[in-house]
Design a protein around this ligand. Structure first.
Ligand code: PEP
Ligand code: MN
Length: 362
C-alpha cells in the first residue's frame, strides 16, 4: 500500500491545482460492483478529476443506512487502479483517517456534521499530522462562519498544506426550496477571508433534488468558485442514500456541458478600462448613498429628541408599515426585489431605532 500511496502523490497534487476541479461519485459506496461501475462511467466522461464516495455516513436518525465502512476501501483502490481516478472519502474520526491513510486514499473531506464539532475536527487534525494529503472541509450545517474558519485554522495548525472548502448550504427550520439554503453571502465572505484557498460548491446537498443542480452550480461559477462536488450513481433512484439528488454520469456530462465557465479576471485592456470606469461610478454612488443615509439618521435623531420630550415610544408601527409598503411598491417599479427592499429598510430602520434609543437614554 505504501509504495502505491507514494506513487500517487504527485498526480493528486497536480489534479488539486486544476480549475475547475470536478469531484463526483456516489453519496455512499454500496457494493463493489456499484463503485466500479460509477468509477468507469465517470472516467469515461473525461470530465471528472476525483471520485468521491462516503463509506461512513453520518445519518440524522439511527436505523438508516450508515455506510459499509472500511470494507469499501479496497473497492475504491481497485476502482482507482482500473480508471486512474483518484479517490476522496469523508472522515469524521481518527480511526477513519488512519484507515484512509493506510489504504492510500488520495483526498479526505470533513463533513458538515463534523465541522460543527471542534472536538471531532481536532481529533481528525491530530490524526492527519505529518501527512500531506489534501483535505477539504465542508461548511458546518449551521450558518456559523467562525466554526468553518476554526476548522481551517485547526487544519493549518496540524501542518496540512492543501486545504479546500466545500460550500454545501446551511440547514434551516421549515420547508424551503433548498435542502440546505445556500446563503451565498457566507461563502463569499469565506472567499474574502481566504482568497487563495480552493472553494468548491456542492449543489447536490444544497438542492436535495436533481432539478436545481444547474442553477446552483452556475451561480457558484458566476461567483468565482474553483469547482464542483456533485453526487453521481449508476442507478440514482435506487441509491441507498440521497437517492433524490444523485445523477448518472451521462446526466453529469450534460450538466457540465451546459454550464458557462468564467475566468475570475481578464488581461484584456479594453475590458479592464471599461470595468474601471463602471467601478468608479459605483464608488461615487456608494459615497452618495452613505451621505444620504447619514443625513436620514440625523433627521431621525431630531425626531428622537421630540419623542423624548413628548414621552412618545420609538417604535411607531403604523408609520413603519407605511414607509415599508411605499418602498416595496416603488422598489418594484425600479427593478428592486421585495426581499432586498425589506432587508434594506429593516437595516435602516434598526439603525434609526438604535440612534433614537441612545438619545432617549442619554
Ligand atoms: C456527503 O457528502 O455525502 C455528506 C454527508 O454531505 P454533508 O456533510 O454535506 O451533509
Ligand atoms: Mn450525500
Amino acid at each position: 500500500m505504501t509504495t502505491e500511496t507514494e506513487s500517487m502523490k504527485p498526480s493528486i497534487l497536480d489534479k488539486w491545482k486544476k480549475r475547475p476541479l470536478i469531484i463526483s461519485g456516489p453519496c455512499s459506496a454500496e457494493t463493489e460492483e456499484q463503485v466500479l461501475k460509477i468509477s468507469k462511467d465517470l472516467a469515461e466522461t473525461g470530465k471528472v478529476d476525483i471520485m468521491r464516495a462516503g463509506i461512513w455516513k453520518p445519518r440524522t436518525k439511527p436505523g438508516m443506512f450508515e455506510g459499509v465502512g472500511v470494507k469499501a476501501l479496497p473497492w475504491l483502490i481497485k476502482a482507482r487502479q482500473i480508471t486512474g481516478l483518484p479517490v476522496a472519502v469523508e472522515v469524521a474520526t481518527a480511526r477513519h483517517v488512519e484507515n484512509c491513510l493506510q489504504f492510500g486514499v488520495d483526498v479526505v473531506w470533513i463533513g458538515a456534521r463534523t465541522t460543527v464539532n471542534p472536538f471531532s475536527v481536532q481529533e481528525v487534525c491530530d490524526a492527519l499530522k505529518g501527512t500531506d494529503i489534501p483535505v477539504l472541509i465542508k461548511n458546518p450545517i449551521n450558518p456559523d462562519l467562525e466554526l468553518w474558519c476554526g476548522g481551517i485554522e485547526r487544519l493549518k495548525k496540524a501542518g496540512i498544506k492543501h486545504i479546500g472548502m466545500i460550500h454545501r448550504g446551511f440547514s434551516s427550520y421549515g420547508h424551503t426550496e433548498f435542502r440546505n439554503a445556500p446563503m451565498w453571502q457566507l461563502p463569499i465572505e469565506m472567499k474574502r477571508r481566504y482568497p487563495d484557498m480552493l472553494i468548491l460548491c456542492d449543489p447536490s446537498h444544497i438542492c436535495g433534488n436533481r432539478t436545481g443542480l444547474h442553477s446552483v452550480a452556475q451561480k457558484s461559477i458566476d461567483l468565482g468558485f474553483g469547482g464542483l462536488m456533485i453526487e453521481s450513481h449508476p442507478d440514482p433512484d435506487n441509491a441507498w442514500s440521497d437517492a433524490r439528488q444523485q445523477i448518472t454520469a451521462d446526466t453529469l456530462v450534460s450538466l457540465l456541458s451546459s454550464l458557462v465557465w468564467r475566468d475570475e479576471t481578464s488581461h484584456e485592456k479594453e475590458f479592464l478600462n471599461a470595468l474601471a470606469t463602471l467601478r468608479e461610478q459605483i464608488n461615487q454612488l456608494d459615497d452618495e448613498l452613505m451621505l444620504l443615509v447619514s443625513q436620514r439618521m440625523r433627521i431621525a435623531d431630531k425626531i428622537g429628541i421630540y419623542k423624548k420630550e413628548n414621552k412618545i415610544t420609538i417604535l411607531q408601527t403604523q408609520r413603519w408599515n407605511e414607509i415599508l409598503g411605499k418602498a416595496i411598491a416603488r422598489g418594484e417599479k425600479l427593478g428592486l426585489s421585495k426581499d432586498f427592499i425589506t432587508k434594506y429598510f429593516d437595516a435602516i430602520h434598526m439603525e434609526s431605532i438604535n440612534h433614537q434609543n441612545k438619545i432617549m437614554n442619554e
